[in-house]
Design a protein around this ligand. Structure first.
Ligand code: FAD
Ligand code: NAI
Length: 475
């Protein structure tokens, strides 16, 4: 006997679990199927984000930053630390506890919202006039049926040919978040978001970190001025960043991994690392979904093909998050999940791709929304720029964290904010003001005329907005 629902969501990451909750809020009977297992084989909803992504990486970034402050930053504040010691087991254990709190939080939210949760792999088995039949295989073995299906099966780390992840020496994000002893030498392939965040964690804990990046430019998607500043600061911290490299043979030995590469000048090198982390992007995950059983269309890169509203080629089948086009970000997945549930209910859910913020949680943090200066130039849009350095911000001085700046880009004629780019303390929080401003199509002058608390880092945002009109007050 099959169990019937209005909406079945396959995948319980940020895209899927949020879609299921929103569907239930809208009065649908909703089910969510997720196969992620914790170390005891029990359910661990929350997907990549909760288990091996956003949450554990931020936990380790925080812990390792405390360690770095205790070792190098406290003395300036007159706090002397003697006998500082790293207890990596405790640090990793704390990270696991934070993950579990989030897993349990999602299970609680399912109960609260009356979402039926099934632990196992969901697969299409058939389609008929009433809808779709989905099998669940795993801890729960069930047959479910619903008119509406939302696929939110996420993504997996991309492998480098000839260097399969063994999670012991050659690590994906999963292994990189669980190294049991601080390696002497870590190699990282890919100077993207994961490379910089994981590289920062292990450098702070004592590893010598070398990052090998194929592209000649550092952080090519980031505003050039901000990327340049970041490059300078990260190298000063001790991250070895090599751009424009071509990776050759990678050989895992018993205890180490050797990597051959050619540098930007064409010279050959070989480095032996204790661990190698490969972070060269992620690929959409449709493994085991049996998409072919119902004729679900994938695009040429393996993503589920969807229109702007997340509709697939099949009636009443939707897909959201990392498994479809667009940035692979948890908040993008969530917004799509909400919008799809609302569309199923006949509402007009909408995701504004122009105002999705990006954050890289290094120190200093990098955050941005909207267009970069190089994009505006390429598109021939006339703009004005205003920047304000944290060096001139009283709160940043008090914190002892004065690196970086806030940068505003506004339309030359209308003054509408087109992009905001921040490198500096708490950039992840400061960017929210810029996102709100852009959603309301505010001008730089609007932000410049709003009262910001003193002393606060957000005054740097106001000052950068003032600088667009060349009238910053404190610089
Ligand atoms: P996922 O989170 O991947 O969830 C998919 C779920 O579906 C998984 O639980 C999977 O087991 C399950 N599943 C798949 N197939 C089936 C099936 N057939 N049946 C049942 N279950 C199935 N993004 C941010 O916005 N901020 C960050 O700080 C951030 N940090 C990150 C750090 C790292 C190291 C990594 C790797 C990623 C990070 N991301 C971050 C990206 C973020 O994790 C993803 O964008 C987000 O998880 C995508 O959500 P999703 O719901 O589409 O997929
Ligand atoms: P990425 O796309 O951010 O970076 C991959 C990097 O690897 C690029 O710079 C690319 O040029 C380089 N690269 C690709 N092939 C290479 C090769 N053969 N040799 C050397 N370099 C090569 O991907 P990453 O870091 O794996 O992260 C995946 C995604 O996860 C991100 O794009 C992001 O969407 C998400 N994420 C988000 C975070 C956040 O929001 N703070 C944190 C971590 C991940």
């Amino acid at each position: 006997m099959s169990k019937n629902f209005d909406v079945i969501v396959i995948g319980g990451g940020p895209g899927g679990y949020i879609a299921a909750i929103r569907a239930a809020q809208l009065g649908f009977s909703a089910a969510c199927i997720d196969e992620w297992k914790n170390e005891k084989g029990g359910p661990a909803p929350g997907g990549t984000c909760t288990n091996v992504g956003c949450i554990p990486s931020k936990a380790l970034l925080q812990s390792s930053e405390h360690f770095e402050h205790a070792g190098h930053g406290f003395a300036e504040h007159g706090i002397e630390v003697k006998g500082l010691k790293l207890n990596l087991g405790q640090m990793l254990g704390r990270k696991d506890t934070v993950v579990k709190q989030n897993n349990d939080g999602i299970l609680y939210l399912f109960k609260k919202n009356k979402v039926s949760f099934f632990h196992g792999r969901g697969a299409f088995t058939k389609a008929d006039a009433e809808g779709y039949e989905i099998s669940v295989t795993g801890k729960d073995n069930e047959t479910l049926k619903a008119k509406h299906i939302i696929i939110a099966t996420g993504s997996n780390p991309r492998e480098l040919p000839g260097a399969a992840f063994d999670e012991k020496l050659i690590l994906s994000n999963t292994g990189a978040l669980a190294i049991e002893a601080v390696p002497k030498k870590i190699g990282l392939i890919g100077a993207g978001v994961i490379g910089l965040e994981m590289g920062s964690v292990w450098r702070r804990l004592g590893s010598e970190v070398t990052i090998l990046e194929a592209l000649p430019a550092f952080l090519g998607a980031v505003d050039e001025q901000i990327a340049k500043e970041a490059h300078k600061l990260f190298e000063k911290q001790g991250l070895g960043i090599h751009l424009g490299v071509k990776i050759g043979a990678i050989k895992a030995g018993k205890q180490d991994v050797s990597v051959e590469y050619t540098d930007a000048k064409g010279e050959s090198h070989k480095i032996v690392f204790d661990k190698l982390i490969i972070s060269i992007g992620r690929v959409p995950n449709t493994i085991g979904l049996q998409a072919e059983a119902v004729g679900l269309k994938l695009d040429e890169r393996g993503f589920i093909a969807v229109d702007a509203d997340c509709r697939t080629n099949l009636p009443n089948v939707w897909a959201v998050g990392d498994v479809v086009r667009g940035p692979m970000l948890a908040h993008k997945a969530e917004e799509e999940g909400v919008a799809v549930a609302e569309r199923i209910a006949g509402q007009h859910g909408h995701v504004n791709f122009n105002t999705i913020p990006w954050v890289i949680y290094t120190s200093p943090e990098i955050a941005w929304v909207g267009k970069t200066e190089q994009q505006l130039k390429a598109e021939g849009i006339a703009y004005k720029a205003g920047t304000f350095p944290f060096m001139a911000n009283g709160r940043a001085r008090a914190l002892g964290d004065t690196s970086g700046m806030v940068k505003f880009l506004a339309d030359a004629k209308t003054d509408e904010i087109l992009g905001v780019h921040i490198i500096g303390p708490m950039a992840s929080e400061l960017i929210a003001e810029a996102v709100v401003a852009m959603e309301f199509r505010a001008s730089a002058e609007d932000i410049a005329r709003i009262c910001h608390a003193h002393p606060s880092l957000s005054e740097a945002t106001k000052e950068a907005a003032l600088a667009v009109d060349k009238r910053a007050l404190n610089f």
